[in-house]
Design a protein around this ligand. Structure first.
Ligand SMILES: [Zn+2]
Length: 214
């Protein structure tokens, strides 16, 4: 099966994670455990292809991590993660996204190759840290033996896979004018300038309301 132009290899993966219910932590601790419990299942790779960029965009303090966790779930363990886990992953992802974007901007040619190497190293380390391994999945289609895919174990791994796919496919990211979060705008035309249908509907509603007010 050939993926359609707008879907990446990662988006074809059937990886399920959970949004969470309550979040609790003791911020008096040096490295608090941000505790949680799984709530609703969702498919990060299909539903949020720009999640790794959104993660990198976080300010990096405990409340920003807790807010992200409430929306997309913990990074590693369904019961919650230590703050140090979030800090380590966030620092690495922020650096990777900065290098990724530096390559899209005017960068002196002598440093381009160095930047590409540093970006690849960061992403490869992230993939290795979270055990993203190639695997053969038996096909449900009778005439097809199986297909090559990747094993994804946790949300952090899923985001590093997204970063790898972003480099491979030279994906482009833009800021949604409604929710101000970044989204995958690689296939966006002028008509599709929002992160999704929800924000597009909101923008239309606001425009209509604005029109009536005059
Ligand atoms: Zn939006």
């Amino acid at each position: 099966m050939t993926p359609t132009r707008s879907r990446t290899a990662a988006q074809m993966l059937d990886f399920t994670w959970w949004t969470v219910g309550e979040i609790a932590y003791d911020d008096a601790e040096a490295d608090p455990l941000i505790r949680t419990c799984p709530d609703l299942p969702y498919r990060p790779l299909q539903e949020h292809p720009a999640l790794f960029v959104r993660f990198a965009d976080l300010s990096g303090d405990l409340p920003s991590f807790a807010e992200f966790m409430a929306e997309y779930g913990p990074l590693l363990s369904p019961e919650g993660d230590r703050l140090s886990v979030w800090t380590t992953e966030h620092d690495a992802m922020q650096e990777a996204v900065a290098l990724f974007e530096a390559l899209d901007s005017e960068i002196v040619s002598s440093r381009r190759e160095e930047t590409k190497g540093a970006l690849a190293d960061l992403i490869n380390a992230g993939l290795a840290r979270h055990g993203i391994n190639p695997e053969v999945v038996p096909s449900r289609v009778p005439c097809q033996k199986g297909y090559l895919s990747y094993r994804v174990r946790d949300l952090a791994g899923a985001m590093w896979l997204q970063a790898a796919v972003a480099v491979d496919g030279d994906r482009k990211y833009a800021i949604c004018p409604v929710c101000e979060k970044r989204y995958d705008a690689t296939d966006a035309t002028d008509r599709r300038e929002f992160c999704g249908d929800k924000c597009r509907a909101k923008a239309h509603y606001r425009r209509r309301k604005g029109g009536e007010a005059k």
